[in-house]
Design a protein around this ligand. Sequence first.
Ligand code: GN1
Ligand code: MG
Length: 345
Amino acid sequence: MALEHFVIERKRYDVSPIVQGYINNTFKIVDNGIPKYLLQHLNRDVFQDIPGLMQNLQAILPLLNQKGYSSIDLTPTKARTPFYKDMDGEYWRLMTYIPESISYNTTKDLNVAYESGRILGVFHRLLKDLPETALLETIPGFHDLDKRVNEFQKAKKNASLDRSEKAKKWILFTETTLSKINANLPRELPIRICHNDTKLNNFLFSKKTGKALCLIDLDTVMPGYFHFDFGDAIRTIVNPNPEDQKELGEISFDLKMAEAFLHGLKESDLELTATEKKALPYGAVLMPFLHGLRALTDYLNNDIYYQVRYPEQNLDRSKSLFTVAQKTMDHKEELANSVSEILGS
Ligand code: GN1
Ligand code: MG
């Protein structure tokens, strides 16, 4: 068992898998009912340079270790390395569990929205002086829309008849929406160190106070644009349904939740440029669209990237993510007004 290679007290722990992620395998290590660590088996197909990824974490974690922000610690192996490579060449790492913390898959709570915005701002503030060259791009072109469109086109060409037929309406949606998205590309944006996976369940909150503690899942922390992180968070804040929601009629865009998030962001004192603020509504449309496109691509590729939990999950995810993108497009003007009211322009 990988656990025994790390420097931890030797005792009988209970090990239980966490089934939320789509990429790595994560296990909760529990001592007498109290979660102590998270053990992760990293996905080598998705992350091609895991030692480089772990170096990124070693550059980021000390900067996040500040008052008002709960940092996660990596527990070293007995060989004093930040990860353990097993006999099969598989990579494992162990992180401390933040006590009394909780995350949410979905929310309707204005305080959760506010706190998410605030802690995202703090995260960006703490990393703002880290030069972009200090970090490896762990997944090259991760949020590059052109690259994702190319992958989609290839998948569409090679897809089975059955899957193409089932996805037909959504393939069309992709094509019409793409031109709208490309019609107003934001310009002159500064590059920042971004989290790049800011969906709500990557935010930790205190069970006691309800305050946001930190962001978790730091594998995709690398250079990007602020509107990536804004949009990826907003898609899970404005719509209180899970990512694979089947009833598309339930999907909504709650402006009040977006406004609470923006108020939290303001409270963090993160300074954004005028061009960055202007790009936020664009990001809120882009991110659910991009994720919908990636899920659709994987569906057409017979589910080779994401770990699916039932046969049509990728198709369900793409439909629901596209619906979030559509709802956000319908409310884009209102969102832009709220951005300038709350953050200024
Ligand atoms: C993947 O495994 P997880 O949930 O951390 C994906 C994200 C998506 C997310 C679900 C490396 O993250 O981009 O937002 O699924 N991460 C990677 O939407 O592809
Ligand atoms: Mg992730």
